[in-house]
Write a protein that binds this ligand. Sequence first.
Ligand SMILES: [Mg+2]
Length: 109
Amino acid sequence: MTGNEYQRLALTTLNPALSGRDILINGVMGLCGEAGEAIDLVKKHLAQGHELDCEKLAKELGDVAWYLAETAHAIGYDLDTVLQMNLDKLKARYPDGFAAERSKHRPSE
Ligand SMILES: [Mg+2]
């Protein structure tokens, strides 16, 4: 499955009553909310003695992906483009793979 295929399928579950503005707001709020759910699972594991439920964490990552697809759609981007833009940025930042020195001294964006 490509990012665009995922985005197309995910958006079939988008509320059709939402305006473009509402889709953008729902998307970015959803990204934060689902990232928070992922963080909470790891927090409980690290600080409260819970077993790390990797399946549940994976499902939260999927929820993040849904809101990523929605937010990209809201700004007129397909998911493959967003993913490629990120890889291009990382390749420029770390042309030979991660390097701590390049991380410490990278130009601001
Ligand atoms: Mg969730």
